[in-house]
Design a protein around this ligand. Sequence first.
Ligand code: R1P
Ligand code: URA
Length: 303
Amino acid sequence: MKNANFPMDAEGHTYHVGLKRGEVCNRILTVGDPERAKRLAELLDEGAPRFVRETNRGFLTITGRYHGVPVSIIAIGMGMAMMDFMLREVRAVVDGPMCVVRIGTCGSIADAEVGDIIVPEASAAVVRNFDAFADLSHAGSTAAVPSDEDCYTLSSLFEGDAEVTAALRKSLGSRVGAEHVVSGVNVTADTFYAAQGRVDPCFVDRNTGHIERIQQRYPNAVSLEMENFALFHLARCAAPLPTGQSSIRAGAAMIAVFQRKKNESLSKADLAVLETKAGSAVLDVLASSLTDEEALLHDASTS
Ligand code: R1P
Ligand code: URA
């Protein structure tokens, strides 16, 4: 490995995602579950060159073509840190503008039913305020206790790319019915349990009324999941390209697998069917998301 600041091996592979220039392209469909990535890879053109890399850090990249257009499908596992690894390491080895769309699962906290697909226009992050838990002797003591409100920090909103988001809604609507495509604000939590308001009797989490507090600040908050904010935030923070173009256009489509108000869940079989439908819809958007000139830039880097 060379360069402790941004480590790469002698051949130019990044440290965690394990990709070098030419192995990944600038249209990216990212998912959490590697099995979802493999299922979506079945939608890629048969007979076209295919590159596959799985790393010891849990990343799986499959680069192929969709209707002749180069696309990479990347499974990243779970959590904002994994999105950060993927975006930074891929950005470092890809030329030109990138379009990145995540297909994930989420919990619905408003009216979306299980099986509906949420396409958020923006995302906030909610993270545990560790300091508020520093003195657990507060339980049962009369000392000043941080209020439950202070136990989690809710960020401001970061938006996805408006054009990509509109295209995703249209494309998904044509595959699953517009009535099953839901708009709104997504909230990305740093954990699945406490920071999503789940009750766990084995731990002190101070999260009573957590979802209601989120919806007080964001009345159109519709979903909770664990990566989307990192995508929208980093897309906004990406340095512009030398051409002045924005570096990363981002969008997301999330299948509601839990309905938190009704305590309902989606079956694995139904999820697999929806993943494939959502995959086709998102790949259609990715394939047309960059201009011909940008696509040529990309083709030059992978040929
Ligand atoms: C939790 O079960 C995981 O599911 C969601 C969350 O964001 C989290 O990663 O997304 P994926 O289905 O893409 O993993
Ligand atoms: N992923 C999450 O993070 N939360 C859910 O409720 C469902 C999927």
